[in-house]
Design a protein around this ligand. Structure first.
Ligand SMILES: *[C@@H]1O[C@H](CO)[C@@H](O)[C@H](O)[C@H]1NC(C)=O
Ligand SMILES: *[C@@H]1O[C@H](CO)[C@@H](O)[C@H](O)[C@H]1NC(C)=O
Ligand SMILES: *[C@@H]1O[C@H](CO)[C@@H](O)[C@H](O)[C@H]1NC(C)=O
Ligand SMILES: *[C@@H]1O[C@H](CO)[C@@H](O)[C@H](O)[C@H]1NC(C)=O
Ligand SMILES: *[C@@H]1O[C@H](CO)[C@@H](O)[C@H](O)[C@H]1NC(C)=O
Ligand SMILES: *[C@@H]1O[C@H](CO)[C@@H](O)[C@H](O)[C@H]1NC(C)=O
Ligand SMILES: *[C@@H]1O[C@H](CO)[C@@H](O)[C@H](O)[C@H]1NC(C)=O
Ligand SMILES: *[C@@H]1O[C@H](CO)[C@@H](O)[C@H](O)[C@H]1NC(C)=O
Ligand SMILES: *[C@@H]1O[C@H](CO)[C@@H](O)[C@H](O)[C@H]1NC(C)=O
Ligand SMILES: *[C@@H]1O[C@H](CO)[C@@H](O)[C@H](O)[C@H]1NC(C)=O
Ligand SMILES: *[C@@H]1O[C@H](CO)[C@@H](O)[C@H](O)[C@H]1NC(C)=O
Ligand SMILES: CC(=O)N[C@H]1CO[C@H](CO)[C@@H](O)[C@@H]1O
Ligand SMILES: [Cu+2]
Length: 569
């Protein structure tokens, strides 16, 4: 590596996140102009869709309790929606954003204003497009600090930094998705991984190469907010010679957990304290893929940024030793060692009585090849994915939330089953290509839930087609993670492993590959809430469903009407 490249790095980037909003504002109002941007990466120019001309897009910085108003102008050639990942959207359900779940898209040339309050949650969230594969480049951080008079439940950091991990295609990601959906085959993998938009030093050098750089003062402690904005890749993240103390995940505080490696799946965030306590030098931060799938092709590159001690004379950074790509024990140790900080302001105890007990198998499958279709999936069928063997299809006429609100029939059904239709040895790989288990019907089937019910779900991976860790994301709520394990869930023995004392709270959980997880939440937020795999390759294949949570009978528990400027289909 040319030493000169180390200093020609993204210093500007490190600071371009500085707030454009005043720190004391109770209303944070801004505009997102989504339009073409010609970006230069991997030695070539590529037109991408970006917000306000930057990748990642602007960071929204708010305090808990603030009101957010974002005017979105869609100057891109694509239908667009923005999702505020992890925001509860109480009484602003229409602003959640997933296309055809809560809203119709903002058409090219159109605009729409998202308004919501950030109440009762603190930490790192993010926003991203929720339409086709636009999320690859239409994303940014959403940072919620404690309101005035409140503090972090950990040592006050000297400074804060945000690391958004992503993927880069030498193509328009929507074209990549469309090409795959046209044939029913799997899409091509990303050409590179990125740290704050830049592939970094391990990729070929080009005139446009840049590497993200974080400058630190020796002895100081930094709060680093790590966000996985990749479409299809879970990452291990390390900094050479440095340890982390995890203090929050998905905007929920955790007990301090010491580790030298962070696992972060698409959709997830992890806040760590990092102390610059090593000899003043240059250290690579690196993200490498966690490839949980057996036999699934993936891009085995590593992306890097640089941790630079002020005034160092070192010229070649030290690389961290990354876990093996398939290091499931390291992934599992990280995911199961996190516990909630029950003394934090927003913790509430786990509800002990369950009203809705669901057992959901999920994973890949196949849908039948139509008479006129080209079908590039295995067995000459189309690749699909499902939950309880329902492969989810979004409506196109109006959103699910609008159909529910206006009582329009024929848009969805509410017969999503509480149990899989067939009992089999779910995680046994000898079933992976058993054609009698692979076919899955395309439906728009929801689960209806009474207001304020306690819902428990055993999320059981299958081994159909592949064995994989899927990051499952629930909109509108955080859930408690009571237990996780490998193989088939055992309703007798595994119940004893439940943590009711301080289970981690999340909005996205990577369910162990070839295994299961038990989650629980109180459905005290009426609306239609998507639950789906946050691997963008699996979502259009049908790995999702939605919870229709009914009204509770008081104004505070009743879905309000949509705003006046709500996009129409
Ligand atoms: C934006 O990019 C798309 C895809 O590359 C292209 O088709 C379109 O013409 C561009 N629009 C503008 C306004 O440049
Ligand atoms: C959001 O917060 C503002 C200011 O506190 C309040 O007036 C408004 O009612 C809140 N909106 C919702 C939907 O809770
Ligand atoms: C936003 O869209 C509306 C139509 O939905 C239009 O009347 C208005 O002029 C647009 N605003 C801007 C600033 O373009
Ligand atoms: C990191 O943590 C490991 C295990 O706890 C410990 O052995 C090591 O000394 C720590 N390294 C640093 C730089 O603190
Ligand atoms: C990424 O890794 C693949 C092998 O997995 C390699 O063929 C390719 O050249 C790498 N791409 C870049 C840009 O380094
Ligand atoms: C780095 O150098 C500058 C300019 O000489 C100085 O002000 C600063 O204190 C130095 N920082 C450290 C950590 O030595
Ligand atoms: C972390 O998880 C691993 C694997 O589940 C377990 O063996 C270990 O005891 C845990 N460590 C802590 C500190 O909880
Ligand atoms: C199949 O495709 C051909 C050519 O595009 C078209 O003429 C024909 O109507 C299609 N048949 C069906 C059943 O869709
Ligand atoms: C929801 O149920 C819990 C437990 O029964 C109760 O404490 C709480 O008040 C209920 N919340 C609402 C908004 O009805
Ligand atoms: C579950 O527990 C029973 C009795 O405690 C034991 O016999 C059985 O082997 C256990 N099953 C598994 C899968 O560990
Ligand atoms: C854009 O959304 C509209 C519904 O609002 C839909 O009719 C149209 O097909 C969509 N366009 C694309 C390219 O998906
Ligand atoms: C902007 C930048 O970092 N450019 C570097 C790209 O790589 C070449 C070759 O290593 C360097 O000479 C440039 O400084
Ligand atoms: Cu998935």
């Amino acid at each position: 590596m040319a030493p000169s490249s180390l200093f020609a790095v993204g210093l500007v980037l490190a600071f371009c996140y500085l707030t454009s909003f005043t720190a004391s504002a109770d209303i944070v109002e801004t505009s997102f102009h989504v339009k073409n941007l010609t970006a230069n990466r991997l030695c070539q120019e590529q037109v991408i869709m970006a917000v306000n001309g930057s990748l990642p897009g602007p960071t929204l910085r708010v305090k808990e309790g603030d009101t957010v108003i974002v005017h979105v102008f869609n100057k891109s050639p694509y239908n667009l929606t923005i999702h505020w990942h992890g925001v509860f959207q109480r009484l602003t359900q229409w602003a959640d954003g997933p296309e055809f779940v809560t809203q119709c898209p903002i058409r090219p040339g159109g605009n729409y204003t998202y308004r919501f309050n950030l109440t009762g949650q603190e930490g790192t969230l993010w926003w991203h497009a929720h339409s086709q594969w636009l999320r690859a480049t239409v994303h940014g951080a959403l940072i919620i600090r404690p309101r005035d008079g409140q503090k972090y439940p950990f040592v006050k950091p000297f400074l804060e930094d945000t690391i958004m991990l992503g993927e880069w295609w030498n193509a328009d990601p929507n074209d990549v998705e469309n090409a795959a959906l046209a044939t029913g085959a799997a899409p091509v993998n990303a050409d590179a991984y990125t740290v704050n938009g830049w592939p970094g030093d391990t990729y070929n050098f080009c005139p446009s190469n840049k590497t993200y750089r974080l400058d630190v003062v020796p002895g100081q402690t930094y709060l680093v907010r790590i966000i996985n904005a990749a479409l299809n890749t879970q990452f291990f993240f390390k900094i050479a010679n440095h340890n982390f103390t995890v203090v929050a995940v998905d905007a929920a505080y955790t007990n301090p957990f010491q580790t030298d490696v962070v696992l972060v799946g698409p959709g997830q965030t992890t806040d760590v304290l990092l102390t610059a306590n090593q000899s003043p030098g240059l250290y690579y931060m690196a993200a490498s893929p966690y490839d949980s799938g057996i036999g699934i092709p993936f891009n085995a590159n590593i992306t890097t940024g640089i941790l630079a001690y002020q005034n160092t004379t070192q010229t070649t950074p030290t690389l961290p030793v990354m876990p093996a790509f398939n290091d499931t024990p390291t992934a599992f140790t990280f995911s199961t060692n996190l516990t909630a900080l029950v003394t934090s302001r927003f913790w509430s105890p786990v509800p002990r009585t369950v009203d809705e007990n669901m057992f959901i198998t999920f994973g890949l499958g196949l849908s039948a090849c139509g008479s006129n279709q080209t079908c590039g999936g295995i067995f000459q069928q189309r690749m699909a994915a499902s939950m309880n063997n329902n492969s989810f299809v979004l409506p196109t006429r109006m959103s699910l939330l609008e159909a529910y609100f206006r009582n329009v029939s024929g848009v969805y059904t509410t017969d999503f089953p509480d149990q899989p239709p067939m009992v089999f040895d779910y995680t046994n790989v000898s079933n992976s290509f058993n054609q009698s288990l692979l076919m899955t019907p395309k439906v728009t089937s929801l689960k209806k839930i009474k207001f304020n019910s306690t819902v428990q779900i055993v999320l059981q991976n299958t081994a159909l087609v592949s064995v994989e860790n899927h990051p499952m994301h629930l909109h509108g709520f955080n859930f408690y993670v009571l237990a996780q394990g490998f193989g088939n869930y055992d309703p007798i023995n595994d119940t004893r492993k439940f943590n009711f004392v301080n289970p981690q709270e999340r909005n996205t959980l990577g369910v162990p590959t070839g295994g299961w997880a038990v989650i629980r939440f109180r459905a005290d937020n009426p609306g239609v809430w998507f639950i789906h795999c946050h691997l963008e390759v699996h979502l259009p294949w049908g790995l999702g469903t939605a919870f229709l949570v009914e009204n509770g009978g008081t104004p505070e528990s009743t879905l309000p009407p949509p705003p006046a400027d709500f996009p129409q289909c």
